[in-house]
Design a protein around this ligand. Sequence first.
Ligand code: NAD
Ligand code: WQD
Length: 337
Amino acid sequence: MSILITGGAGFIGSHTCIEMQNAGYDVVVIDNLDNSSSKSLERVEKITGKPVKFYKEDVRNKEALRKIFKENEIEAVIHFAGLKAVGESVREPIMYYDNNLINTISLVEVMTEFNVKKIVFSSSATVYGVATQMPLVEGMPLGAINPYGRTKLFIENILTDLFTADNDWCVALLRYFNPIGAHKSGLIGEDPKGIPNNLMPYISQVAVGKLEKLHVFGNDYKTVDGTGVRDYIHVVDLAVGHVKAIDWALKNKGCEAFNLGTGNGTSVLQLRDAFVKATGVEIPYVIDPRRPGDPDEVYANADKAKTVLGWTAKYGIDEMCEDTWRWQKNNPNGYED
Ligand code: NAD
Ligand code: WQD
């Protein structure tokens, strides 16, 4: 029996392949390599010493999915495949709706055909929209403020409706906070195309000399030092969260959302300082205007994941910085090297 991992060549997917294999699961990956490289999977195999069966296909392609389900005994799916850049989703909304929504619909249709009814979905803290209270708890009202966020919210609703219609399903909606860090080996990590949108890859590219300085987006937020506060979570902790979610889904039926965060908030300047301390590399910065749509602070209450899945994050900010740096330093051009 195997677990199908869509988008498994990507940042979170490749780390999840490792943790799933370490936990004894066989994994099959489908990825169109739109935002990744198959080298990540070669490195996963190197790290674990176990094979990853890989299909370079688009999840929207139902015939390709059927072939995978025919050739492998799939018992559950972890669904990472999708586009994830907020700004791009504002400029290219239809591309986001087409990819993220259609690929999910194709996937659950084919899963239904093959009577596979266990799915773990990559949702996001973005589904809480503009929250008025922190920390975020799963039962709080939801709302999205950009097309990317709306795709996540729609998919949560689609999967919830699916369970309502057929109680044989088990659906885990994992709401990630801000994943950073990399595998301890330094062999796999985040490899954004072009100039990074997110804070940690931006910092690490300044560190390696690819970018000149960090632009801090606003220092007049209502936070500890005026800069935006987020709940950064080590990608390996996040990956382990998927193992726990699969363990749970294989034993249960239901549809539940889980926050995967640490519960701790870190500001932009605190993260920058932690990176300097962990690596000894100076990160020059300037204060720029706020980025539109950015909230003051976002952090999780992750009690439900602890109680129901038995999962808690174990890595702190220092390890997130050290591990990001090992990956970036050893692979200044990501998988291109
Ligand atoms: P990523 O871009 O590294 O991984 C996504 C993978 O999906 C890529 O390898 C890409 O090639 C593949 N893909 C995209 N569309 C596809 C399609 N139609 N068919 C087949 N493969 C396809 O991103 P990531 O950071 O690993 O994120 C994984 C998931 O987690 C995404 O759904 C993302 O929205 C979600 N998420 C990410 C974050 C984050 O900050 N990284 C936060 C919350 C949620
Ligand atoms: C973090 C903080 C910025 C870059 C995004 C998505 C979210 C989720 C995770 C997928 C903020 C500041 C950033 C920079 C900066 N993704 N910043 N200079 O915005 O919390 O979340 O990724 O689901 O949906 O919106 O993450 O890393 O972009 O920003 O000052 O060059 O860093 O203003 O306060 P964000 P981020």
